[in-house]
Design a protein around this ligand. Structure first.
Ligand code: 5GP
Length: 194
């Protein structure tokens, strides 16, 4: 087990409805030493790529993206969730359905901060069905930027997102892939990544 899998095993809580709660170290209270380790691991996995910007989505991707950005010496841009679009023209816009909140949001990124010269690493906390990622990918595509890779902290491998994104040919690295989890026993099965 890697450092993150050990932490999920120790402090993660399996909820009904395929939700893994990790709010004691990732989603609410944040363990910055752990985030730093996560950032270092992404840097290792995407070494040699000309990444000049990290892209994530608010809110829970931001902390991890920031610590990762330190290792790449690059700025972070986060897509903002917005209900009313009255700024069209200056913004890239994508529609994203939230897995945890079961609602649709438009996410926006200012055209000032993303363009054809950028080489992007997308970072997020979770990958479930892949809606958040698809939204971010469509924004990168619309900007004419190059998507160098996608770094996910926890992928729920029993949901479709990871398969869909890999089938599209993107370089996706997930630091922990949960293949099964049981809300009755709390048992979590990780995919072997050796
Ligand atoms: P997706 O768009 O891939 O279906 O879901 C991704 C987003 O939903 C993540 O950014 C994360 O905020 C949230 N999410 C999905 N599954 C879980 C989960 O099991 N636990 C937590 N804490 N968040 C999740």
């Amino acid at each position: 087990m890697n450092f993150l899998e050990e932490r999920i095993q120790k402090d993660g809580i399996v909820k009904e409805g395929n939700v893994l709660k990790v709010d004691s170290f990732l989603n609410h209270q944040m363990d910055i030493e752990l985030f730093d380790q996560i950032g270092a691991e992404f840097q290792k996995r995407f070494a040699g790529k000309p990444i000049n910007k990290i892209l994530t989505i608010e809110a829970s991707g931001i902390g991890i993206a920031c610590m990762t950005a330190k290792h790449f010496h690059a700025p972070v841009v986060f897509a903002k969730k917005s209900k009313s679009i009255n700024i069209e023209g200056e913004m890239y816009v994508a529609e994203v359905e939230s897995f945890t909140h079961k609602c649709k949001n438009q996410v926006i990124v200012s055209k000032k901060f993303l363009g054809p010269d950028d080489h992007i690493l997308i970072i997020d906390d979770f990958l479930a069905n892949g809606c958040a990622l698809q939204g971010l990918i469509s924004i990168v595509t619309e900007a004419g930027a190059t998507l160098e890779g996608i770094g996910i902290t926890i992928e729920k491998g029993f949901q479709a997102g990871g398969r869909i994104i890999r089938n599209l040919g993107y370089h996706l690295e997930s630091l922990a892939i949960v293949d099964a989890m049981d809300p009755q026993t709390g048992h979590i099965t990780f995919r072997s990544q050796d």
